[in-house]
Design a protein around this ligand. Structure first.
Ligand SMILES: [Zn+2]
Length: 275
């Protein structure tokens, strides 16, 4: 069954976060609608990012493992001022993320530009294909100094925050934890990776083999990886577990024990609604 427009809009709105500029949010939702009319299914993975989240992303490939994913520290990205969003394509059924910069991906960028966004794929030095931003003519220095962009609307006030999950903090990653994670990240809420997580993660740890639900990996794992700044392959292997441990500040051993400290912290954060 084809994914509904409402599903794409709902997931995207959640992923943009409460700190997103209201004009940027409306334009991003308009982008999704226009693409949908052309048979292109697109979702927003990320919008507002706190300075702390940005610093965690900056550490990736520097003080923490993996590849460098950004050159921006906290305050050096338009995401930090709610003025940027990142997008990705999803399969017709809405269950798989597609990260190929193909014809449809470029078409979405064109639509974005027609709505007033700048596209990171046009940058010459560091191409950032998922990235769309509106600067309102302001530099980052001006934004850091407290200037407010005029995008033709009022900027949104931060909301009170999401209602958290009600998980037992037991350190066991089951379907409830997966569902809460999916809810927090705005992906399909089916509790899907639940049955596989323990066995496959354990296998991954012992054998070093990566796993996922096919070549594209799991959409919730993708979303989590983008959140924590780990390589977005949708596969929950030792590197992703390690990145999650760094992100949550628990013991770094790239292992998922049963029970697990990193899963406990994940459950605590999901309960507080501040992953
Ligand atoms: Zn971006």
């Amino acid at each position: 069954m084809t994914v509904s427009l409402k599903t794409l809009l709902d997931r995207s709105e959640r992923n943009m976060g409460s700190g997103i500029n209201v004009v940027v949010k409306d334009k991003a939702l308009e982008l999704i609608k226009r693409a949908y009319d052309e048979g292109i299914y697109v979702q927003i993975s990320d919008g507002f990012r706190s300075h702390k989240e940005q610093n965690a992303l900056y550490a990736k490939g520097r003080s923490t493992g993996g590849n460098i994913v950004t050159n921006a520290r906290g305050g050096q990205s338009y995401h930090n001022f709610g003025l940027a969003v990142d997008y990705f394509l999803v399969s017709n059924d809405g269950k798989k993320a597609i990260w190929d910069v193909n014809k449809d991906w470029r078409r979405v960028a064109e639509i974005g530009k027609s709505l007033g966004f700048e596209w990171g794929g046009d940058w010459s030095s560091f191409k950032d294909y998922p990235h769309l931003q509106m600067t309102g003519g302001l530099s980052l220095a001006q934004l850091r100094a407290g200037k407010k962009p005029n995008l033709g609307g009022k900027s949104s006030a931060p909301s009170k925050g999401k209602v958290g999950a009600n998980l037992s903090v037991d350190g066991y990653w089951g379907s409830k934890t997966t569902r809460a994670l999916q809810d927090a990240l705005g992906t399909v809420e089916d509790g899907y990776i639940s049955d596989q997580v323990h066995n496959q993660a354990t296998d991954a740890i012992t054998s070093g083999i990566k796993f996922g639900d096919g070549n594209d990996g799991s959409i919730v794992v993708h979303a989590l990886q983008r959140k924590i700044g780990s390589k977005a392959d949708g596969l929950l292997g030792p590197n992703t577990i390690g990145a999650l441990q760094k992100y949550l500040g628990t013991v770094y051993d790239k292992k998922l024990s049963r029970p697990s400290l990193v899963v406990k912290e994940l459950q605590r954060r999901l309960n507080k609604g501040n992953l």
